[in-house]
Design a protein around this ligand. Sequence first.
Ligand SMILES: [Fe+2]
Ligand SMILES: [Fe+2]
Length: 323
Amino acid sequence: MRYVCAMFKFAHISDIHLGPLPRLSLRELFSKRITGFVNWHRNRRKHLFVNTLDLLLSDLKTHEADHLVVTGDLVNLATSIEIRLAGEWLETIGDPIETTVVPGNHDAYVPGAHDKSVKAWYPFIRSDDGPAEWPEDDHVFPTFRRRGPVAIIGCSTSNATPPFSASGYYSPRQARETVDLLKKAGEEGLFRVVLIHHPPIHRATSSHKRMIGIRRFAAAISTGGAELVLHGHTHLNTLYWLTSHHGQVPVVGIASASQGPGGHKPRAAYNLFTLSGEPGAWNLLCERHSLTENGDGVALDNSRLLYGELPATASIPEAARML
Ligand SMILES: [Fe+2]
Ligand SMILES: [Fe+2]
């Protein structure tokens, strides 16, 4: 079946790092969390703001996106309280049908945290045809959701790592299953969007933060075919391209949704994607909306056409078109 898509809008945010940090017990402090606790107080506390996230989401609401994707790092140290609060926060932003989540390294900060996060956020993670409750195994990923003309395929690189490491792992099993899902979605003429927390690109981040399995992921995309890859983790606004048997695939990263002004990382932003067209002739516009310099609002600051032509209704301010 071939889809002719009038228009479908989806937004991407990442690296929420919901604060403030809860008080930790001594037992929690003596785990890997002590390094994260010190780091957070040293660096992030100054620049990550909850009201920044609120500003971003209320601006996003005005664009009436059909779907929102969140590529991990919802919390900081993955304590039970943070995981529960992140679940409650997810409930406030919308129906699990309209929001898809994959976890990041901070959501699996210590052994056991990954499962707690997946269980707590499961309605936002699960595949359309997956069990209604978390099945208590680690075979949840890759997930598959179909929304309008889009197939959303969620991968996980999230696993507990030693102190001072923020690496991710993409397993051979996930790669095999990702290929199957991509092929199936391709046969159905869907626009395939793959979510993954770590950037699947060599040298996109330092070696202690890198993803293990980059080549495996690239091979899965090349074999299965995909139209778009979205990631977080770097807290940067980036665009890379993966070469596949089916052509070039854009790989888009986004700043932390909680990054206030004045830090060394770019201010909080979300990407809004407007999709139209049909298989083989897709049009995809990517518009980045960022926190303003003084931190009191959100404005369009970058537009880029990733496929085809501008949708008939799109109007891009000249300043944004130049970027
Ligand atoms: Fe992060
Ligand atoms: Fe991360």
